[in-house]
Every structure is written in C-alpha cells, then in structure tokens.
Write a protein that binds this ligand. Structure first.
Ligand SMILES: NC(=O)c1ccc[n+]([C@@H]2O[C@H](COP(=O)([O-])OP(=O)(O)OC[C@H]3O[C@@H](n4cnc5c(N)ncnc54)[C@H](O)[C@@H]3O)[C@@H](O)[C@H]2O)c1
Length: 310
C-alpha cells in the first residue's frame, strides 16, 4: 500500500515509518521537522520511502501527496496540553483543521487511520471502566482539538481511530515528557520522583505495539473500519505509585514519595477496557517490564550533559 503519514518524523512516526516500510508498504512522510529532529535517516535507503518537508495545513502541498495515497495516517499535531496552550491557533489549525481538510480532500475509497488521546475519559465517573461508548469529555485544548478531529474522521466512510493510552518506549525522536519514559528517566538520572495524586490510575501502551496496531488496522481494515478502538495494555491499568513500584523492581535504588499538596493538571484517573480491539484478534507483545528494560538501555545512551561535566 502507499501510505501518507503527516507528522511522520515525530515520536511515533519515527518508529512507525520504518515499521511500515519493513512490512512492504510505500511510505511518504510530510513533516515540518518542528523540533529539528534528525529522524528517519534509516528510512532513506528504502526505494519506497519519500519525505517532504512542509506544513500539513498547506492544501497545495497536501493535495498531490494525497492523490497517490491508499491510506493516510495523520500524526502531525501539537501534542499535549502545555504545547497547545502555548500556541492555541497552531493547536486548532494543525490538530483539528488540517485533519478536517484531509477528510474533505480524500476520496471515499482512501483509508484514514488516526490516533487520538483517550485522556478525555479521565473525568468520567469514578470507578467506572471506560469503553469506546463512554463519553469523551476533554478538558484541555489538546483534548478538544483531538476529539473534534476524531469526529471528522469517523464521520466519513473508510476510517478508524485508535484511542491510545500513554505511549512508552524508545524512539529516535525521544519524548521524556510521557509518564513511563519520564519516571524511568528520573529513576536513572535523579534516582527519585515526587508524585502528585499517586493513586490516580492511568493506562499505558508500548510504541512497538502502537506500530503493530496501525499495521494490523491496515490489514484488517474492512472488518475494523467505522469505529474507535482503545489501545492499551489490559493488565497495566496502574496508578502512578504502582507504576513506580514496577520501575523499582528494575532499579532497586529508585525512591519515590507522594507529595501531600499539588494536583495532576490533566485529572486522569481511569481504567480503560481494550476488549473491542482484543476481540479483533490483536494482542500486545510489549509488557511494562519489557519496555522498562528497553528504556534503561536507551537512557544509558541518551544523556543530557550539555550544562554539566558529567
Ligand atoms: N505519544 C502519545 O502518548 C500519544 C497518545 C495519543 C495520541 N497521540 C497522537 O499521536 C500523534 C503523534 O504524537 P507523537 O507522540 O509522535 O508527538 P510528536 O510531537 O513527537 O510528533 C508530532 C509531529 O508532527 C510534526 N508537526 C507539527 N506541526 C506540524 C505541521 N504544521 N506540519 C507538519 N508536521 C508538523 C512534528 O514535527 C512532529 O514530527 C499525535 O497526533 C498525537 O496526538 C500520541
């Protein structure tokens, strides 16, 4: 298949693009390389790889790229609540309007597979297990724009969306602002973490399983289309304190404390069911333990010593 990935040089895209190339697909990435990231270099050897530096909001640029695509994976976004509040216009135009434009320009036969955050479930009724039918009530601009984009995608035929848990694992465009990556990074560099609202439950999924689920969605598109799917580890609906305890199994010198004051800004406290995805035959392969072992190796390589001697 010929696949167009917008934002394909980001944390997820930099692992997904080579994954899809290895699976035999042709991949075109459109990205503005917002972070000056030097990712995707390993993809350039593939004849079926094409990269375009540009803005996903630029209709004249997107139109001809879209014309060749069998499937579109829109990843380009300002990701996370802090980044969206720092640039509210960028958030609306990139996260929402650019996706609405893709939906408008794509022919009905073209497939769209889009990731969204499931963090909007976080303010659902306490103690309830969230399914895809649970209301998404986003509170941040990030959440609002992603939910609006999802609505546009699911309003057309030949689409599916993947409601991702918090992703963890290594990528050439590394993000240490994601919860598991952040805690493992701190456990290695600081040996300690102070936690706010440590009993709040979250859910997690490894970046390799995210890539596998996109490939699975492409292969099983006819039976999966038209719906949203929660994507997370079913056995890892863990609170932040429980997550820290898992990390300490691997890094015994790690200390974590709960702060008596302070709030989790995004109020996530939820258990998510992944039964809809599991019933399609998809199974995750990357446990938290496996991902933590991977991260420990990665953070041995990645060290920010720019302003210190060690
Ligand atoms: N990482 C997660 O935990 C997670 C969870 C749920 C959903 N998602 C979604 O997955 C997608 C990718 O997230 P990520 O974690 O890889 O984030 P990321 O910030 O690493 O990737 C975003 C990419 O978009 C590019 N980009 C930004 N503005 C652009 C523009 N105007 N034109 C072209 N490219 C632009 C950036 O250069 C970057 O490569 C996003 O849509 C995000 O909402 C991520």
């Amino acid at each position: 298949m010929n696949i167009l990935i917008t934002g394909g040089a980001g944390y997820i895209g930099s692992v997904l693009a080579p994954h899809l190339l290895h699976a035999g697909h042709e991949v075109t990435v459109l990205d503005n390389f917002l972070f000056g990231q030097a990712t995707l270099l390993d993809c350039c050897k593939h004849e079926g790889f094409r990269v375009v530096r540009g803005d996903c909001r630029d209709e004249a640029l997107v139109r001809p790229l879209l014309a060749k695509a069998d499937a579109i994976i829109p990843l380009a976004a300002l990701v996370g609540a802090p980044m969206c509040s720092a640039d509210a216009i960028g958030a609306r135009t990139i996260n929402q309007e650019a996706v609405e434009m893709l939906c408008r320009l794509a022919s009905p036969a073209q497939r769209i597979l889009m990731p969204v955050t499931n963090s909007g479930y976080g303010i659902a009724d306490k103690g309830k297990v969230c399914t895809e039918e649970s209301p998404l009530r986003p509170i941040s601009l990030y959440g609002t724009t992603k939910v609006a984009a999802e609505q546009a995608v699911l309003a057309r035929s030949n689409s599916l969306t993947l409601r991702l848990a918090t992703v963890f694992g290594l990528s050439p465009r590394m993000r240490v602002d994601l919860l598991v990556n952040d805690f493992v990074h701190r456990a290695i560099t600081d040996r300690a973490v102070v936690i706010f609202e440590g009993h709040f439950k979250r859910n997690y999924v490894h970046i390799q399983d995210v890539c596998r689920v996109f490939a699975f969605g492409l292969e099983n598109f006819e039976k999966m289309k038209g719906r949203a799917y929660n994507v997370g580890l079913d056995d890892a609906n863990l609170s932040k304190l429980e997550l820290c305890a898992v990390i300490r199994k691997h890094l015994p010198k790690f200390t974590f404390l709960e702060a008596p004051v302070g709030e989790d800004p995004d109020k996530r406290d939820y258990i998510v069911s992944n039964q809809r995805l599991l019933s399609t035959g998809f199974a995750t392969e990357w446990s938290l333990d496996r991902g933590i072992q991977e991260l420990i190796k990665g953070f041995t390589i990645l060290r920010n010593a720019r302003y210190s001697n060690v």
